[in-house]
Design a binder for this molecule. Structure first.
Ligand code: ZN
Length: 495
C-alpha cells in the first residue's frame, strides 16, 4: 500500500499503557528496510515515508521486551487508508533494539578533503553533528575549515591519525556503531556498605561485580553476604584499594568507573599425566610407542593452558618412568583442581578404533561432566568413532583426589586413528585445553540432562523407552557415532 505517513501507537494490551521507546521498524513487501524510529513517551510515533513506498511490515519491539509485553500495535486509520498492514511484534527483534544498526552509507570510494563538495560531505557533516561537533556544522555539503576541524577532532577522539581528511578508515569509523555512550553511574549512596546490609545499592554493587568478573557469579539479591564480601575484597585487591570488604566512597567510585580493573580469575592447578614413559612404552604399533604420543600431546596442551593463566603440573615432561602411585601423589600433593591422564588405546584387532574418556567407577557428576567437556571438544575436531565416557577402575583415577579423567586418544593399533592423531595433532591439543578450561569454569552442573551409567542388558532403544525420549535424542546429546552402548558407559539423558 502507498502512504506518506504512518502513525504507530504502541500500548500494552491489558491496561493500554503506552510503551515509550518501543522500536519500530518498517519494511516493504520484500522486507526491505524502509525506516525505523522509537515511540515517544506516549507510545506514539509518526513516521514519514518517501512517496511510493509500499509498506507491509511494521515490527515493534520494546526494551527488555518479553513476548507478552507488547500486546497491541495500532496504526491510526486516518493515516492509513490501505489496510491491512501486516503487524509483527517479536521478542527476537530486541536484538535489533539493543543495538540499533542504522544503514550506513558506504564509503564513496574517494578521499574527502577540504575544498571538495557533494552529498557525501553533507552526510559527513550531519554525522559529525550527531556525534557532537561543536560548533554545529552547516550540512551544506561543502568541505570547509570548520568541517576539517571537526573531522580532526573526531579522528583524535577515535584514535585515528588526525589529518582532517576522510579516507575509508575515517569514513568507516564515522559510520559505524555509535561510540559507546558514557554510562550513567549510580552515585555513592552516602553510607559505607558492609556485610550484613541489604538494599538496592547492594544489588547494584553485585551486578557490577558480576560484570567485572566475580567468580562465582553473585546473586543480585541486594543482600551483602560473605560471597559478596569476598568479591569486593577481590575487586579491591585488583584495584590497589584496601582489601577490607567494605564499600566506602573510594571503592564505590572505583567500582562505578570506566577504568576499573576486572577481578582476575584465580589460576587453577591442572595436572597433566602423560601415560607410561621410560622403560614402559605402553602399547606399541610398529615403531610407534604410546609413551611418545602421550608425552608429545601433553606437552602441546600445557602451553595453551599456561597462556590462559593456569598452573600446569606434568607428572613427567620427559621420557622417564613414573610409577602410577607417584602420578596420583603429585596431583594430591599439589591440591589439583583437575587431573587428566593421556593415553592411546590398543587392541589385538587393528580394526578397533575411536576415542574414549574414562572416569572412576564411583566418579561424581562433576568429574563426569569434566570428562564430557574434554571429549566433546575432541569429537568436534573429528574422530573416527566416539566411544564416549566410561567408568573404569584405573589406578590413577582411583587414587587421585581431584576430579580425574583418563583419555584414550584413539587406538595406536589402528592406521586411521594414528593418521587422525597426527593430522589433527594441534587441533586436538587445543580441544583438550579448551575442554579443560570449560570444565574449570563450570559453576553449576548443567540442568538439561542427567548422567546414567549403562548396565548389562541396556540398549539405546530400551533407555529411550525408559526415559521417555528417543534414540536420536540420546545419540545427538552424547555425540555418539554408533548405536551400541557398553556396560559402564555414562550417557547424558535429557531431563
Ligand atoms: Zn596407556
Amino acid at each position: 500500500m502507498n502512504l506518506r505517513f504512518l502513525l504507530v501507537r504502541v500500548t500494552t494490551g491489558y491496561d493500554e499503557m503506552s510503551v515509550a521507546n518501543a522500536h519500530i521498524k518498517v519494511s516493504d513487501v520484500d522486507d526491505k528496510h524502509l525506516c525505523e524510529a522509537k515511540t515517544d513517551v506516549n507510545g506514539v510515533k509518526e513516521l514519514e515515508l518517501r512517496h511510493g513506498h509500499s509498506v507491509v511490515n511494521v515490527r515493534v519491539s520494546a526494551p527488555g521486551c518479553i513476548d507478552e509485553y507488547i500486546e497491541d500495535v495500532r496504526i491510526d486509520d486516518e493515516y492509513t487508508t490501505f489496510l491491512p498492514i501486516h503487524l509483527e511484534h517479536s521478542a527476537d527483534e530486541t536484538r535489533f533494539l539493543d543495538n540499533p544498526l542504522p544503514i550506513w552509507p558506504p564509503y564513496p570510494g574517494v578521499v574527502l578533503r577540504r575544498g571538495m563538495q557533494g552529498p557525501s560531505i553533507a552526510q559527513v557533516q550531519e554525522r559529525l553533528n550527531e556525534l557532537g561537533a561543536n560548533p554545529l556544522l552547516a550540512t551544506d555539503g561543502s568541505f570547509g575549515p570548520m568541517t576539517e576541524a571537526a573531522v580532526m577532532a573526531f579522528q583524535a577522539a577515535s584514535g585515528l591519525m588526525p589529518d582532517g581528511v576522510v579516507g575509508s578508515n575515517t569514513w568507516n569509523t564515522l559510520f559505524s556503531r555509535e561510540p559507546a555512550p558514557q554510562p550513567i553511574w549510580p552515585p555513592y549512596p552516602g553510607v559505607a556498605l558492609r556485610r550484613g546490609m541489604e538494599g538496592p545499592s547492594i544489588a547494584q554493587v553485585q551486578e557490577r561485580l558480576n560484570e567485572l568478573g566475580a567468580n562465582p557469579l553473585l546473586a543480585t539479591d541486594g543482600s551483602f553476604g560473605p560471597m559478596t564480601e569476598a568479591a569486593v575484597i577481590a575487586f579491591q585487591r585488583a584495584n590497589g584499594l584496601t582489601p577490607d570488604g567494605v564499600i566506602g566512597p573510594n571503592t564505590w567510585n572505583a567500582l562505578f568507573s570506566r577504568g576499573s580493573s576486572p577481578i582476575p580469575t584465580p589460576a587453577k592447578t591442572i595436572v597433566i599425566d602423560p601415560g607410561h614413559g621410560g622403560h614402559d612404552f605402553g602399547a606399541t604399533f610398529g615403531s610407534r610407542r604410546e609413551s611418545d604420543d602421550t608425552l608429545r600431546l601433553s606437552l602441546a596442551v600445557r602451553p595453551i593452558l599456561q597462556a590462559q593463566g593456569q598452573r600446569v603440573i606434568m607428572t613427567r615432561a620427559t621420557d622417564v618412568f613414573v610409577a602410577l602411585s607417584e602420578r596420583s601423589a603429585i596431583s594430591n600433593q599439589n591440591n589439583a583442581d583437575l587431573f587428566i591422564s593421556i593415553h592411546r588405546n590398543s587392541s589385538i584387532s587393528t580394526d578397533a578404533n575411536g576415542v574414549d574418556n574414562y572416569v572412576f567407577t564411583t566418579a561424581p557428576s562433576n568429574a563426569i561432566q569434566n570428562a564430557f567437556d574434554v571429549l566433546d571438544e575432541i569429537v568436534d575436531v573429528g574422530v573416527q568413532n566416539n566411544l564416549g565416557v566410561t567408568r573404569g577402575n584405573f589406578a590413577v583415577l582411583r587414587n587421585t583426589t581431584a576430579p580425574a579423567m583418563l583419555l584414550e586418544m584413539g587406538f595406536i593399533t589402528n592406521e586411521r586413528d594414528n593418521q587422525l592423531f597426527d593430522q589433527n595433532f594441534n587441533a586436538y591439543a587445543t580441544a583438550i585445553a579448551r575442554g579443560i578450561m570449560k570444565a574449570l569454569n563450570e559453576v553449576q552442573p548443567p540442568q538439561r540432562y542427567f548422567f546414567y551409567t549403562v548396565v548389562s542388558g541396556d540398549s539405546l532403544w530400551s533407555l529411550a523407552q525408559r526415559f521417555g525420549t528417543t534414540m536420536n535424542v540420546i545419540i545427538q546429546l552424547n555425540k555418539l557415532t554408533t548405536n551400541s552402548v557398553t556396560t559402564g558407559q555414562v550417557l547424558r539423558i535429557p531431563g
